[in-house]
Design a protein around this ligand. Structure first.
Ligand SMILES: [Zn+2]
Length: 503
């Protein structure tokens, strides 16, 4: 009797767990048995692995073979364990020495002819392997560009099983990654291209400074999308931890760029309004793959023509906005994907959406119904609402040359630093994250500053939630003007950032 041990990684969502593969040979007629919650994909694996082994010039053992994957309670989907299974069988049969196996994770799917094929989720898998104390990893050669991002792990690339066999025997070496090239950050569109709309530009700056969700209402062609696309350029670069987390989501999704795999700038994602709930929040067969809101993690999610999205799609955003992540339940277990993004909603004022509002042919009821699609819990989380008007020849003429992103960004960064310093003991980084009761009770403003707010509340023009939104924005305005706390003017200006046109 002989046993071979190898290690691989199971990736659930973007969380990885090291898996031990055991191959036990002997004591019976030739047969192969899998134990440890194997799914259909894994049952196919034994046939695939057998062909790959034979086609790599190795012998498949002519004895009873039992394959176990542990821990047994973890769903092990997909084909990423092929390489680990093949090597475990070869080690059990003494076809390869086991010296290099302890501390090594083996990742990759095998094709029938023995080639090692690319799999998704190599980055989160290797992060988990390193955190579990593994020292080396053998990955598909095509995944080296991504594997090299994980520090503290010795990474090797394999093109085929025969290469891995030769490496284990000490007869040949595997491909080593080139050190991750410092790639220039991708170009993001600049605010200097946006003509006019001073109010909306200012709203964008305030939203960037405070991390506030934002709603643009205005006729087609006024530049709502153009402005929203420029928000990522105003946000801080991702921290190392954020960059790895965002890259892990994109790795599991299979959408990493080979040229610059590490995502270092806030992503920008703009789904079409016909998007399905599954595509938006994540789904698919087996264990769900990440949705668009997770691909917008640490970046900006723009819902253009927001009123055209289905009610179910808009509703599905709520949990993510509250928790910063989504959990998708499946019969095989639930997966978690991070989804903390800054939301920009853009909408026409009415369903007929004429370039000039005076040409609108909608009935008041139709307009109300249209706008109500965005009402309630979703808009409750949007601190800033702006009405945009068409650019006239007059306004575009009198406008001074627009400020570029770099200039605005400096003010945003300074304001963000002030906010982060104020909230650091509470664990918040932006004003938008601070709950209303904390703002009201622990950071009360003098009554001369809040007089206007109190009056609006008293007269019923403003709800308590509306007042909280106003307070959060007031703090951001104070931060942008480098003042210790908001004044009555800031509160008044924050009140202006509400949809005064709502019916
Ligand atoms: Zn209309």
């Amino acid at each position: 009797m002989a046993i071979g041990h190898t290690w691989s990684v199971a990736v659930l969502g973007i969380d990885g767990r090291v898996i031990e593969v055991e191959a036990d040979l002997g004591g019976g007629l030739p047969s192969t048995k899998l134990v440890g919650l194997p799914d259909a994909g894994l049952r196919e694996a034994k046939d695939r692995v057998r062909s790959a082994v034979r086609n790599s010039g190795q012998q498949w053992p002519g004895e009873k073979l039992t394959l176990g994957l542990s821990p047994a309670n973890l769903p092990k989907l997909g084909s990423g364990y092929d390489l680990a299974i093949a090597v475990a069988v070869l080690a059990a049969a003494n076809s390869v020495p086991a010296t290099r196996l302890p501390g090594t994770v083996l990742l990759g799917e095998l094709s029938l002819d023995g080639r090692v094929r690319e799999i998704r989720g190599v980055l989160p898998g290797l992060i988990a392997a390193r955190n579990a104390g593994m020292k080396r990893a053998v990955v598909p050669e095509q995944s080296l560009f991504e594997a090299v991002l994980v520090e503290g792990l010795d990474v090797f690339g394999a093109a085929c099983l025969a290469d891995v066999v030769a490496w284990l025997k000490g007869e040949a070496s595997l491909v080593r990654p080139e050190t991750a090239a410092e790639s220039a950050p991708p170009k993001v569109p600049d605010l200097v291209d946006v003509v006019g709309q001073p109010e909306a530009r200012w709203a964008l700056e305030v939203a960037a400074a405070g991390g506030h969700h934002l709603l643009f209402t205005g006729p087609p062609g006024v530049g709502k999308t153009m402005l929203a696309k420029r928000l990522p350029g105003l946000l801080p670069r991702l921290s190392t931890e954020e960059a790895l987390e965002v890259t892990a989501v994109h790795s599991v999704h299979g959408s990493l760029s080979q040229a610059s795999p590490l995502v270092t700038v806030p992503p920008f994602v703009a789904p079409h309004h016909s998007v399905s709930v599954a595509a938006l929040i994540g789904g698919g067969s087996g264990l769900a793959s990440p949705g668009l809101i997770s691909r917008a993690h640490c970046g900006v999610l723009l819902l253009d023509e927001a009123c055209e999205f289905s009610g179910a799609a808009l509703d599905s955003l709520r949990t993510a906005l509250e928790d910063g992540e989504v959990r998708i339940a499946r019969s095989k277990g639930s997966v978690r994907y991070p989804a903390r993004f800054q939301l920009v909603l853009a909408t026409n004022p009415c369903p007929c959406a004429p370039p000039r509002e005076t040409e609108c042919t909608c009935t008041p009821t139709a307009i109300r119904r249209y706008r109500n699609r965005l009402s309630g819990p979703l808009v409750d989380r949007v601190d800033i609402q702006v009405r945009m008007r068409p650019i006239t020849a007059m306004t575009s003429h009198t406008e001074e040359s627009p400020e570029p992103t770099a200039v605005v960004r400096d003010r945003v960064m300074a304001a963000r630093e002030r906010a982060a310093a104020r909230w650091s003991t509470h664990g918040w980084r932006t004003n938008a994250e601070v709950p209303g009761p904390v703002l009201r009770r622990q950071f009360p403003l003098p009554s001369r500053a809040t007089a206007l707010l109190d009056r609006s509340l008293h007269q019923g023009h403003l709800t308590a939630r509306g007042a909280d939104r106003c307070l959060r924005v007031s703090w951001t305005l104070a931060d942008l003007f480098n003042l210790p706390e908001p004044s009555a003017d800031h509160v008044a200006a924050a009140l202006e950032f509400r949809d005064r046109t709502a019916a």
